[in-house]
Write a protein that binds this ligand. Structure first.
Ligand SMILES: Cc1cc2nc3c(=O)[nH]c(=O)nc-3n(C[C@H](O)[C@H](O)[C@H](O)COP(=O)(O)O)c2cc1C
Length: 307
């Protein structure tokens, strides 16, 4: 009998749905016991988001400052698992606060220690550097990262920016104005998530995860658009400055924090609609000279290695 634990945090339920489908081949196997547990912050984040709250979580998300979660129940915590499937979402190019808080807490040190783990992310599309942050936190927990699957919105980047705001602030995963595509991960990708569960199950019972990631990647588990790597890197550079400043100002004056968050919002709009297209043109112009480097980067971010 194999025992599998699915741990995740999801607000809208999208990631929960992805994971339920993904583990269905394991769930339906009588030789497998699957436990699913959702990480819960002590003070929940409201969904749909209030626009101000959406901005308020920026500094702490990016700086990876933890906030308390409810403890993992003892009956889940005190068991040893053959595999952990760890579902996370991205907030401001970093692990969402509940996920970061879990990985930095004592429960994770107990649960994840010396256990094979597969990360599954359900984000808009900019997750590659967040995965690097997750990898480092997993090293601290002595977890053994054996796989990664990324579920993203596959529409054009700027379209997904518009539609995700409609979803996060409005609360409904519907077509904005009736003309934009549905936000988030497509129904097709969500419905077909079980195909990855089949691969995972095979390796779980073979008692070796050695070539599992290659198989998952060949089946489309990690599709990377190279421009998004470049955007993620630039975004991290810029966010590190803004978040540190806003956090520091906020410690002395909550009013000034709000003021700076408003500046940040204007800056973000400028960056998305002016700066990113310029970087995109430069990226296209320099694509050929950097081709070998881009290929190498894609291979690396599709893997479970940590540089
Ligand atoms: C505050 C906030 C910031 C986000 N920042 C990012 C981001 O930087 N990159 C990204 O790909 N998705 C980002 N997202 C989208 C989430 O990763 C995720 O796809 C979405 O919140 C749905 O997740 P759910 O399963 O928790 O409902 C953000 C969402 C929120 C709420």
């Amino acid at each position: 009998m194999k025992s599998v634990l699915v741990l995740y945090y999801s607000q809208s339920g999208q990631l929960g749905e992805i994971l339920t489908n993904l583990v269905s081949p394991l769930y339906n196997d009588s030789n497998c016991s699957v436990t699913i547990h959702q990480i819960e912050p002590e003070e929940p984040y409201s969904f749909p988001w209030d626009k101000k709250e959406f901005l308020q979580v920026f500094p702490e998300s990016y700086l990876q400052i933890p906030r308390p979660n409810k403890p993992i129940p003892d009956d889940i915590k005190n068991k040893k698992y053959d595999l952990i499937i760890f579902g996370y979402t991205v907030w401001y190019l970093s692990p969402s606060i509940p996920i970061n808080s879990f990985l930095k807490g004592d429960d994770a040190k107990v649960l994840l220690n010396n256990t094979p783990l597969i990360t599954v992310n359900g984000s808009r599309n900019m997750w590659v550097l967040t995965q690097e942050k997750i990898k480092r936190l997993l090293v601290d927990c002595k977890a053994e990262l054996v796989g990664n699957i990324a579920f993203v919105d596959r529409h054009w980047n700027h379209v997904s920016v518009i539609t995700i705001v409609h979803w996060m602030i409005g609360g409904k995963k519907t077509k904005y104005l009736g003309v934009f595509p549905k936000p988030g991960v497509s129904d097709k990708d969500i419905n077909e998530a079980g195909k990855f569960g089949v691969i995972i199950k095979k390796h779980l019972f073979q008692k070796s995860f050695e070539h599992m990631q290659e198989e998952l990647v060949n089946d489309g588990a990690v599709r990377i658009k190279p421009f998004l790597i470049r955007s993620d890197k630039s975004g991290n550079h810029i966010f590190s400055k803004w978040s540190a400043h806003i956090y520091k100002v906020g410690l002395k004056s909550p009013e000034k924090r709000v003021k700076w968050l408003n500046f940040f919002e204007y800056y973000l709009q400028f960056a998305i609609w002016v700066f990113v297209p310029i970087v995109f043109i430069i990226f296209l112009l320099t694509y050929l000279p950097f081709y070998a480097r881009i290929k190498k980067d894609i291979k690396y971010y599709q893997s479970t290695r940590l540089r």
